[in-house]
Design a protein around this ligand. Structure first.
Ligand code: HEM
Length: 118
């Protein structure tokens, strides 16, 4: 089971890289005067974080009896739901620049919560 947890942590990091990588690619690769596009990488990265994050909570509490900080995880989940809501709106219609930037800022915020909330 420990190997499964490590595999999920691995995928959790890949999802994080895809989400923030797709965001940065838009910000740095935007043609002059062009708008920002919410790409499928952002959607898939965010969904990967949701699925692997929930599975990590399950395996830590259920199979491995490792502690889980429910308040921290609850805050991370809320932040991710906000990211997903923005991404889904942005995939259907265009997002204002503020909404698009919020996707990147909230993603970085979740990295900060994961690392500094001890
Ligand atoms: C954008 C969204 C997210 C980002 C950027 C993110 C980032 C991270 C990072 C960097 C770590 C490693 C930190 C460490 O081990 O010290 C981590 C661990 C973890 N995350 Fe997330 N996370 C996100 C969403 C979620 C969600 C939605 C959940 C659960 C509902 C979740 C549950 C967990 C758990 C349980 C761990 C501990 C894994 C372990 O070491 O066993 N994460 N996350």
């Amino acid at each position: 089971m420990e190997i499964l947890r490590l595999l999920l942590v691995f995928l959790h990091f890949i999802g994080l890289a895809v989400l923030i990588g797709a965001f940065v690619a838009q910000v740095s690769g935007r043609p002059k005067g062009g708008g920002f596009t919410v790409t499928s990488g952002m959607l898939h990265g965010a969904l990967t974080q949701l699925v692997t994050g929930l599975a990590l909570v399950g395996i830590r509490e259920g199979a491995l009896d490792l502690p889980v900080d429910n308040v921290k995880i609850g805050v991370k989940l809320l932040v991710l739901i906000a990211i997903l809501a923005l991404v889904l709106v942005g995939r259907r219609k265009s997002l204002a620049t503020g909404g698009f930037m919020a996707i990147g800022l909230l993603s970085v915020l979740n990295v900060g919560i994961a690392v500094f909330w001890t």
